[in-house]
Design a protein around this ligand. Sequence first.
Ligand SMILES: [Zn+2]
Length: 389
Amino acid sequence: MLFKGLYFLAALTLSGSALAATTTSLPPASTTASASGAIDTATGSATGNFTFKDKYPAANSVPVPKPEWVALLNTSAIAKAPVYSNNAGPKQSGSADPYCDWTFTLCTRPDDIVECPKGQWGITYDDGPTQFSPKLYDYLDSVGQKATLFMIGGQVLQYPDLVLRAFKAGHEIAIHTFSHSYLTTQSTESIVGELKWTEQAIFEVTGVHPKLFRPPYGDIDDRVRDIAKQLGFIPVIWNHDTDDWMLGEDTSFQADWIDANATAWVNEASNATVGGVSLEHDLYSGTVDAAIRILPILKKAYDVKPVGACAGMASVYKEGNVTVSASASSLAPSSTAGSSASASVVSNAGVNGAGSSSAGPVATASGANKQTVGLALTGLVAIAAAALF
Ligand SMILES: [Zn+2]
């Protein structure tokens, strides 16, 4: 990733309680992909010998969708929420919240997955795969823990072997957009591109089409929800933010605050009315180290599992139930012996449209993170920073 300016916002609720904080990085000033911007992913791959058959937009770009993907939409049934047209991130227009904008009000809709049932914990890691992911994957393997991995499309193109490894290990592979942009700032067409290009890249590697997606920064409103639902995707947000992302944004942030967050959540488990879904990242070395430290803490009080599992989904893939086989497959012509997997499709629910997707538990804002260590904010705060991502 190129070095570029980055800002982050800490979004709080209107209730006055310190709740979920979200990072917000800016896409490049001009990121519209064009045909000439396509990359040769065969040579662009940083690891392994996987060759993508499709011709992908450049990583980091907001991708132009294929026309057939846009044709899947019923645009008359998409909420007419305003599209924030610049790169400064989402804005709040007045105190009303007609389009259920999570960033500013923590508003959720019934199909959003935000929490797990009491006593359960949905463990998720975002922004990978990265060079730091193998350490996390190794640890999860060593303790037999499955997780949900929200992957960025551009990263999938760079690390297809890690995607395949994670899929084979039994983790839930999910979508975190192609370029990690604010979806409420993107056109309908660009949102289609962000979701479908990532789905396509994951499909080429694993043979399955994910249902779950997480909007970067939790930036979702009813327009984004409608577009995603028509494409067969289910949004996952979170109700507990570890703040691990601050390791890459704020030099005054102390890594052990992440541990303190996890300990606080364990201490409140017996009185909590719902379980948790946490926000973590395999983006930096420090966030992976923190993830490894706090998993045993969370397991003291919660049944930790992938978020699709805690939401009761029969499958997190559009193909339905799949079984992962370590047998050789044409899916991944890797040079590493035995590294390819195949997904056996048990039932085919259709992969393009919404189909019959099962929604997660009814979401509420009541379980949102009340432990925002290191930040005491009473409004919307924008802080200039710089980061590698
Ligand atoms: Zn992210």
